[in-house]
Design a protein around this ligand. Structure first.
Ligand SMILES: *Cc1c(COP(=O)(O)O)cnc(C)c1O
Length: 403
């Protein structure tokens, strides 16, 4: 039973976030029901038999489908403007399923080099073990994309803005090149969120999220999602992969994520406004050598970011001083902003990528990705921007970095 008093297809974003996908049980609850059940019962042997013959007509097992998880999938699909959404237990489960489900030995993946550490591992280390060929390119350089996609490929994978250097990739151009090479374009849209960027409308075939980030947004749960308008891909490629390998989102986390979506627009708007204030403050400090924020005119792809996202987002990267010691002194001087490698949280969180999220890569690959020893990544939260700026000011002073 869906909310059927109004025509949900005409709802605007805020309404979709609060009401999309709601199915009320016969108890008529206001808040979405949490169905903590692994299985479902049948009234007869015949009903059980027919449920397995006509798959998808009712719930049979929560590894395949669960009512709370379906409400979350429907709400997120509605927000993204996607025909299909499949939720997963984490963002990495979503990335892995989106990629691994569509390749086999001999397939070829072309990816932007500036990827989240675990995404880099899947493309560069794990899938090659199964005979999947790969090439990494500088995602901001269309000439490198043209060259890499002058040969056939099966999948193109990008992250924009990228983690942690906030590179912005021209999704529409890469989509054209990917399609000409016979590949599907998969976009990790975590940093932009579905509120700032809709890759499917720019030509992407598949969008993946770590819902752990802004969608939960309150640091409570892990989750992921894969979205697409390509029903053949979801039903015949991704669907069986998820069903039989089992990276299922728990009903409890789906319920948290439904609640997260209700407030996401308000949170992301405030986080982006705060991030802009923080970026402007940092850019004016002499002790800060470089600020990477797509919303500042100094960002190399500022014009593209404004066209593609309309906002600089909620994450700011910057280089404090010259090296790791300066960066560590700054981190240790903070009293409000927490040192944590998560992001998209209500609380502002800061991390030193070279020694945490991107430690595994080694100096050379980090150098190629622009992750220097002084680089810090700050995920801006919902605190008062003045308190965040005060905290950074105090920590810069404590680190002996001049204003
Ligand atoms: C966090 C993150 C992931 C992984 O998500 P998990 O929920 O931690 O598994 C993938 N891509 C990007 C860009 C991320 O920030």
């Amino acid at each position: 039973m869906k909310d059927s008093k109004t025509d949900s297809t005409t709802w605007r974003t805020a309404t979709r976030l609060v009401r999309g996908g709601t199915r009320r049980s016969p108890h008529c609850e206001t808040s979405e029901a949490l169905y903590m059940t692994s299985g479902y019962v049948y009234g007869s042997a015949e009903e059980a038999e027919s449920s397995f013959v006509t798959d998808g007509t009712r719930f049979v097992y929560s590894r395949f489908a669960n009512p709370t998880v379906e409400m979350f999938q429907d709400r997120l699909a509605m927000l993204e403007g996607a025909a299909e959404c499949r939720a997963t237990a984490s963002g990495m489960a979503a990335v892995y399923a989106a990629l691994a489900s569509q390749v086999k030995a001999g397939s070829r993946i072309v990816a932007s080099r500036a990827l989240f550490g675990s995404c880099h591992y899947i493309v560069g280390d794990l899938l090659p073990r199964f005979g999947v060929d790969h090439a990494f390119v500088d995602g901001t350089d269309l000439a490198q994309w043209r060259e890499a996609l002058s040969r056939p490929a099966d999948v193109v994978f990008i992250e924009s803005p990228s983690n942690p250097t906030l590179e912005v990739i021209d999704i529409a151009e890469v989509a054209k090149l990917a399609h000409a090479a016979g590949a599907r374009l998969v976009v990790d849209n975590v940093f932009a969120t579905p509120l700032l960027q809709r890759p499917l409308t720019l030509g992407a075939d598949v969008v993946v999220y770590s819902t752990t980030k802004h969608i939960d947004g309150q640091g409570r749960s892990l989750g992921g999602a894969v979205l697409s308008n390509d029903r053949g891909f979801v039903d015949e490629v991704l669907g069986p992969f998820l069903r039989h390998t089992g990276p299922t989102l728990s009903a409890f986390n789906a319920w948290l994520l439904l609640k997260g979506l209700e407030t996401m627009e308000l949170r992301v708007e405030r986080q982006c406004a705060n991030a802009r204030r923080v970026a402007e403050f940092l850019a004016a400090r002499k002790g800060v050598r470089r600020v990477l924020y797509p919303g500042l005119p100094s960002h190399p792809q500022h014009a593209l970011a404004m066209r593609q996202m309309g906002s600089g987002g909620s994450i700011v990267a910057f280089e404090a001083g010259r090296g790791r010691d300066d960066a560590f002194r700054l981190l240790n001087g903070l009293r409000l902003i927490d040192i944590s490698n998560n992001l998209g949280d209500a609380k502002s969180l800061i991390t030193h990528p070279a020694t945490t999220t991107h430690q595994r890569l080694g100096d050379e690959e980090r150098g190629r990705m622009g992750i220097g020893p002084a680089l810090l990544r700050l995920s801006v939260g919902l605190e008062d921007a003045n308190d965040l700026i005060d905290d950074l000011e105090r920590a810069l002073a404590a680190a002996g970095l001049p204003d």
